[in-house]
Design a binder for this molecule. Structure first.
Ligand SMILES: Cc1cc2nc3c(=O)[nH]c(=O)nc-3n(C[C@H](O)[C@H](O)[C@H](O)COP(=O)(O)OP(=O)(O)OC[C@H]3O[C@@H](n4cnc5c(N)ncnc54)[C@H](O)[C@@H]3O)c2cc1C
Length: 512
C-alpha cells in the first residue's frame, strides 16, 4: 500500500530537481519533490550559478556558436567517448544544451553571458571565449510572494516553503538567483515540494522502480511514482566514500560541497542494482583550510608573487592552469614526493594585494598565524624551518622563479603568456619576484566542488545496470550519476549545466 501517488518523484530539491519538476509539470505530470534539508537549492546556492550551455544563441551573436563547435571542443579536450552510451550522452548534451537555454528563456528565466567566462582551454579547436557560460539575472524576492498568492489550495505546502525561504528582497548571488527563479517557476507550475523529507529507499516491483519511501518528522510515507529521478548530489562530504574511491590521502574537509553531500543518491541507486563509474573522479580544485572549512584558492594561486611547491620545495606545475589541472598535478606529483599538501609560498606583496581564502588582502588574523593555518617568517630560511619544507629546494626554486620573473618567461612550466611591452621589453604579468619580506606560506590541498563519478546513465538519464540494461522507472542526473566530463573540466558552469541538461532530458526526451 502506498500513501501518495505521482507521475514523477524527484529526490533532491536542488537546481536540477526543481528544473525537472517544472518541466514535467509543464508536460502535464503530477510531481512531488522531496528535499532532505529545510531549504531548496542545494549546492547551487553556494556557487556562481554559471551554466555552460555551448551552442546557445543567447550569450553570443547569432551564429557565433554551434553544436558542431561544441562537439569539436569536447572531442579535442576529452578525446573520443570510451563507449557507445558515453558517446550518446555526449551527443545528447550537445544537442540539448542550446534547447535548455531556449527553454529557460521562454520560461521567463533571464539569461545573459557571464562576463569574462571563457572555455577553460581556449586554444583548443571549437573553443569559445565568450557566450557559452550563461548566468541568470537577479530576481525580486517579492515576485515569489506574488506567486504564493497565485497558488492553488492543493499545493499549500509550497506556501509554507516560500514563506520560509530565507531569500533577501533582491537576491544577491547568481547561484541564489537561479534557484529563486527555478522555485518561482516550480511554484507557478504547481509543483509539490516537501522540505525536511528524505528518500530512504526505492520501491520496486519486479525489476522496475515504482516509488520510494520518504521519511519526515511526521513519519514514513510510501510514495508511488511512475518515474523516480535521483537529483540528490554526490558524495563530496562522505569521508568513508572518499577513502574508498578517491585518490589518497583525502579528507571531507577539503570539499567545498555542502555538509549533506553524502552519497545518498548513489546508495539509493546501488541498492537496486545500478552500475557505477568513475568514482575516483571529483570536480577538483585547490583549496586551503581555515577553521575546518575549505576555501577555493583560484586567484591567490595565480597572483604573480607566489609559487606552489611540494615538500622538497620544488615547483611542479603552472600555478595559473585551471584549478582542476593543478589539483590533479598535486596527486600526480605525490607519486614521487609528498605534494598533498603542497605549499603556496608568497612574499608580502602577495599578502598585501590578494585575497587568500577567507582573508582579505592585507588582513591576516593573528589567530590564524598562531593556529598555524598560515605561516609568516622574515626570511625564506625561517619559512622553510617553520613549514618543514626542504630549505635548499625552496631557496633554489625561489631564485629560479625570480630569474623567470626578471626575464618574463617561465621556462619550466610556461606560466602565463610572455609578451612585449611598448618599449619592446619582454613582460609576463603572471610572474613577479618573491623577494619582499615577510614571507608567507599556506598548505594547499587537492579539494573539490563535489564528486564526479556516480551511477551509470544513458542519453535519456535512465539508470543502467552493470549488464547495460535499463532499470525501468529510475533516472539520475550528475552528481548522483557520473559526469560526462571525465578527466578535465571544459568550462566554468559545466557541472551545473550537465546536471540541468540531464534533468531536462529525463523528463522531456523519451517517456518510459
Ligand atoms: C562551492 C561550490 C561552488 C560551485 N560552483 C559551481 C559553478 O559555478 N558552476 C558549476 O557548474 N557548478 C558549480 N558547483 C557544482 C554545482 O553546485 C552542482 O553541479 C549543482 O549544485 C548540482 O545541482 P543538483 O541539483 O544536481 O544537486 P545539489 O545541488 O547537490 O542538490 C541535491 C539536493 O538533494 C538533496 N538530497 C540529497 N539526498 C537526498 C535524499 N535522500 N532525499 C531528499 N533529498 C536529498 C540535498 O539536500 C540537496 O539539496 C559548485 C559546487 C560547490 C559546492
Amino acid at each position: 500500500m502506498t500513501d501518495v501517488e505521482v507521475d514523477l518523484l524527484v529526490v533532491g530539491g536542488g537546481a536540477a530537481g526543481l528544473l525537472a519538476a517544472t518541466a514535467a509539470r509543464r508536460l502535464g505530470d503530477t510531481v512531488l519533490v522531496v528535499e532532505r534539508t529545510g531549504l531548496a537549492g542545494g549546492a547551487t546556492l553556494d556557487g556562481d550559478g554559471d551554466l555552460w550551455l555551448p551552442g546557445n544563441q543567447l550569450g553570443a551573436k547569432a551564429g557565433e556558436d554551434s553544436r558542431e563547435a561544441a562537439s569539436d571542443y569536447l572531442e579535442s579536450l576529452l578525446g573520443q567517448p570510451v563507449d557507445e552510451p558515453s558517446a550518446a550522452r555526449r551527443t545528447a548534451f550537445v544537442r540539448t544544451a542550446p534547447k535548455l537555454a531556449k527553454w529557460l528563456a521562454s520560461s521567463n528565466v533571464p539569461l545573459h553571458a557571464a562576463r569574462g567566462a571563457a572555455d577553460a582551454y581556449p586554444e583548443l579547436p571549437g573553443a569559445r571565449t565568450h557566450g557559452r557560460v550563461l548566468q541568470v539575472g537577479p530576481i525580486d524576492r517579492r515576485l515569489l510572494g506574488d506567486s504564493e498568492d497565485a497558488l492553488t489550495p492543493e499545493v499549500g505546502l509550497l506556501r509554507t516553503t516560500f514563506a520560509r525561504l530565507p531569500l533577501p528582497r533582491r537576491t544577491t548571488g547568481p547561484g541564489e538567483s537561479l534557484v529563486a527563479h527555478l522555485l518561482h517557476r516550480a511554484s507557478a507550475n504547481g509543483v509539490d515540494l516537501w522540505l525536511n523529507a528524505t528518500a530512504t529507499g526505492l520501491l520496486t516491483e519486479g525489476d522496475r522502480v515504482v516509488g520510494a519511501t520518504v521519511e519526515r518528522e511526521e513519519g514514513v510515507t510510501r510514495v508511488a511514482a511512475k518515474r523516480v529521478l535521483l537529483a540528490a548530489g554526490g558524495f563530496g562530504r562522505s569521508q568513508a566514500l572518499r577513502e574508498e574511491y578517491l585518490p589518497l590521502p583525502t579528507d571531507a574537509s577539503w570539499s567545498l560541497a555542502g555538509a549533506r553531500d553524502d552519497g545518498s543518491g548513489l546508495s539509493l541507486g546501488r541498492a537496486v542494482g545500478a552500475a557505477t563509474t568513475n568514482l575516483d573522479e571529483a570536480w577538483w580544485t585547490p583549496v586551503m583550510v581555515s577553521g575546518g572549512r575549505a576555501y577555493a584558492l583560484g586567484p591567490a594561486l595565480a597572483d604573480p608573487h607566489g609559487i606552489l611547491v611540494d615538500a622538497a620545495g620544488d615547483r611542479f606545475t603552472d600555478e595559473t592552469a585551471p584549478g582542476d589541472q593543478v589539483a590533479r598535478a598535486m596527486y600526480e606529483r605525490s607519486r614521487g614526493v609528498r605534494a598533498v599538501p603542497s605549499w603556496l609560498v608568497m612574499d608580502n606583496r602577495h599578502r598585501q594585494g590578494c585575497q587568500l581564502g577567507p582573508w582579505a588582502a592585507g588582513n591576516t588574523p593573528k589567530q590564524a598565524i598562531e593556529d598555524g593555518e598560515v605561516v609568516r617568517a622574515s626570511t625564506l630560511n625561517d619559512l622553510a624551518m617553520a613549514t618543514g619544507l626542504d630549505r635548499a629546494g625552496l631557496l633554489g626554486s625561489v631564485v629560479r622563479f625570480n630569474g623567470f620573473a626578471a626575464k618574463g618567461n617561465d621556462v619550466d612550466f610556461g606560466r602565463g603568456e610572455p609578451s612585449r611591452d611598448a618599449k619592446g621589453k619582454r613582460r609576463n604579468a603572471s610572474l613577479g619576484k618573491i623577494d619582499k619580506p615577510p614571507f608567507w606560506a599556506v598548505r594547499v590541498y587537492p579539494g573539490d566542488a563535489g564528486s564526479r563519478g556516480g551511477l551509470v546513465t544513458d542519453a535519456d538519464s535512465r539508470v543502467l545496470r552493470t549488464d547495460g540494461s535499463v532499470i525501468g522507472g529510475l533516472y539520475a542526473c550528475p552528481g548522483s550519476a557520473a559526469s560526462l566530463f571525465t578527466g578535465a573540466t571544459p568550462a566554468p558552469g559545466a557541472a551545473l549545466a550537465e546536471s540541468l541538461v540531464a534533468a531536462f532530458l529525463a523528463v522531456t526526451d523519451q517517456r518510459q
